[in-house]
Design a protein around this ligand. Structure first.
Ligand code: ATP
Ligand code: MG
Length: 428
């Protein structure tokens, strides 16, 4: 029986994986410049971490988690997102005690959510994310948005927009909550059963419902902005002032509530506006989560962060028809004349690699003509020919495939000649 790949997962094959490496590398460089360090947390955690950290009224926790009991009957969950784990590690490793705050951390790795697979929505997907924990300062919020944007910009994406909102502080959210309950309660029977549960538990989630999103009461729902306390409004204004000064354009959307319970104050999304992009247009989501670390047993430590999936990033690149400049050139192909020279062709291949060239040889005992064909197909820059007779004199032939010229050299000059020729090629 042929066993197939699980639904909602993919094999990232050669030809495709280079794009992933490229994108990951670009992100790493950007994080490095912004002084963010990588954190690698486990793929699975105690289920409780996500119930507490993501929120047990969220879609993620109620419907999308891969949860299992281990052999000692402990409930474990494949991580559906990264922030809860990073906050746990922040507490676990007492990063709050470090002199330098905020702790600036980034991660990149697979996340798991049991969702209905479609374009841009998988059951295993890879998120790149960043968190700055320990400081509440509008400059950090603005930096976080600029940081997320810069990854897209570095990859030359143009048709993207930043959407921002504020969910305010506890007082703002409580007042807004009461207003939402009053707004929806008389007609709650017209909503899905999930929303009926959400009404008392977390009415904000109704605004985010994928079933009832077209219900007229959603559009007329009371806006969080009208309930922001003076302090929250001031913070929001400060964040926008920072964005204005650093010239990061944004649009405001007072209906944008994010899918995770722990957000307060700033929330943001980066969307693709490209026509070629599918129905799901959110590339990146983020926001401030001031209560999360405390919720996980640490001292009050305000945080802000974002997460984006590489799947949607690559889809956005495809929609804007951007090809990544991925180098996949072959510098040296070593051709052997006769089987007796096989150990020598291997030796020369390895020597070239050791000197930093990409190098390959034939493994199928092909005739010389066939080996040259392979070298041609692989677009080799140089072909090195090893024949028994020349070898007896300590000589090999180097052919420059761009000019067609070839030259007989001493085997001892092999690497030096390659380096010289390549250098000439670069300066020509
Ligand atoms: P959506 O509304 O699309 O379900 P979300 O609010 O669940 O998104 P977040 O939890 O904020 O998304 O995750 C941040 C980012 O991770 C998203 O903007 C998206 O780029 C990506 N993402 C989330 N779920 C998936 C998935 N199932 N497959 C691929 N990428 C995903
Ligand atoms: Mg989701």
């Amino acid at each position: 029986m042929k066993i197939q790949i699980p639904r909602g997962t993919v094999d990232i094959m050669p030809g495709e994986s280079e794009k992933w490496q490229y994108v990951e590398h670009v992100a790493q460089e950007i994080f490095k410049r912004a002084r963010y360090s990588e954190i690698r947390t486990p793929i699975f955690e105690h289920t409780e971490l996500f119930q507490k950290g993501v929120g047990d009224t969220t879609d993620i926790v109620t419907k999308e988690m891969y949860t299992f009991n281990d052999r000692k009957e402990r409930s474990m969950t494949l991580r559906p997102e990264g922030t809860a784990s990073v906050a746990r590690a922040y507490v676990e490793h007492k990063l709050f005690g470090q002199v330098n705050q905020p702790a600036k951390l980034f991660y990149c790795g697979p996340m798991f959510r049991y969702e209905r697979p479609q374009k841009g929505r998988q059951r295993q997907f890879v998120q790149i994310g960043a968190e700055a924990i320990g400081v509440q300062d509008p400059a950090v919020d603005a930096e976080m948005m600029a940081l997320a944007l810069s990854i897209y910009q570095e990859l030359c994406l143009k048709e993207i927009k930043l959407v921002i909102n504020s969910l305010g502080d506890k007082t703002s959210r409580l007042a807004h909550r009461e207003a939402l309950i009053a707004h929806f309660k008389p007609s709650i029977h017209e909503f899905c059963s999930d929303c009926q549960t959400r009404l008392e538990k977390n009415p904000l989630r109704i605004l985010d419902c994928k079933v009832d999103h077209a219900h007229p009461l959603i559009a007329t729902a009371p806006s969080i902005i009208d309930f922001l306390t003076d302090e929250s409004l001031d913070y929001y204004t400060q964040v926008k002032r920072h964005l204005d000064v650093i010239e990061v354009p944004y649009v405001e959307d007072a209906t944008m509530v994010r899918g995770l319970d722990y957000y307060n104050h700033t929330t943001f999304e980066i969307m693709s506006e490209s026509k070629g992009f599918g129905a799901i247009t959110t590339l990146c989501g983020g926001g401030r989560y001031n209560g999360l670390v405390e919720e996980l047993g640490g001292p009050a430590s305000p945080g802000v962060g974002f997460a984006m999936s590489i799947e949607r990033l690559l889809a956005a690149l495809a929609a804007e028809e951007i090809t990544l400049p991925i180098a996949n050139h072959l510098d040296v192909f070593v051709v052997g004349v006769g089987e007796a020279v096989s150990p020598i062709t291997l030796k020369l291949t390895l020597a070239a690699r050791k000197a930093g060239f990409t190098a390959e040889r034939d493994y199928l005992s092909k005739k010389v003509k066939g080996q040259f064909k392979t070298a041609d197909r692989e677009n080799a820059r140089f072909v090195v020919v090893v024949g028994e007779e020349e070898l007896a004199e300590g000589l090999i032939v180097i052919k420059d495939m761009t000019t067609g010229t070839q030259e007989k050299i001493a085997m001892s000059d092999y690497i030096a000649t390659l380096q010289k020729k390549q250098h000439e090629g670069e300066t020509n």
